[in-house]
Design a protein around this ligand. Structure first.
Ligand code: S3P
Length: 169
């Protein structure tokens, strides 16, 4: 396989953090969860805590630092946070070094079902705001996607296998 850096993008609840370790294991790559790494560098214990104490802007700055730190990474599958696409520099850094962007697409109904613990996702707290964000972001995810995988009704294993077939095809 030629691709050495896979970047999973998509809305909250699309399955990025669940699919990344499965895909990484199958490819013998390292799985990197961008939000986990953000917590490591920031010293905070949860994303909700950062939003509550420092606000979204501070969160986005940390998110940008993580994207920059992943610029030269290789043999990795990166699960990004759903809002990473709002700063083009983030995508520039992530795509660097031969990154292939995989958009995990899910309907709004499906992501709403999957995101049960909304307290951990500050931007999902109000359904109307989440729906507006969802519709705003869909074209942006599509713009960056090298591959699009529809995930409604599929298991993480199904999605991982589908991505591998697409990469091989
Ligand atoms: C966000 C998505 C979250 C997390 C933060 C902001 C967003 O990640 O980065 O709450 O803007 O969509 P997930 O997509 O993994 O839920």
């Amino acid at each position: 396989m030629l691709h050495k850096k896979l970047i999973l993008i998509g809305f909250m609840g699309a399955g990025k953090s669940t699919v990344a370790p499965l895909l990484a294991e199958a490819l013998r790559f390292e799985a990197v969860d961008a939000d986990e790494r953000l917590l490591q560098i920031s010293g905070y214990t949860s994303i909700a805590e950062i939003f509550a104490q420092k606000g979204e802007r501070a969160f986005r700055e940390l998110e940008a630092r993580v994207a920059t730190s992943l610029r030269d990474s290789s043999s990795v599958v990166i699960a990004t946070g759903g809002g990473v696409i709002h700063q083009p520099e983030n995508m520039h850094h992530l795509i660097c070094n031969g990154g292939v962007v995989v958009f995990l697409r899910a309907s709004f109904d499906e992501v709403t079902r999957r995101v049960k613990d909304i307290s951990s996702r500050p931007l999902f707290k109000e359904s109307t705001r989440a729906a507006a964000l969802y519709h705003e972001r869909m074209p942006i995810y599509c713009k960056y996607a090298d591959l699009v995988v529809d995930t409604d009704g599929k298991t993480a294993k199904d999605v991982s296998s589908e991505i591998i077939s697409l990469l091989q095809g």
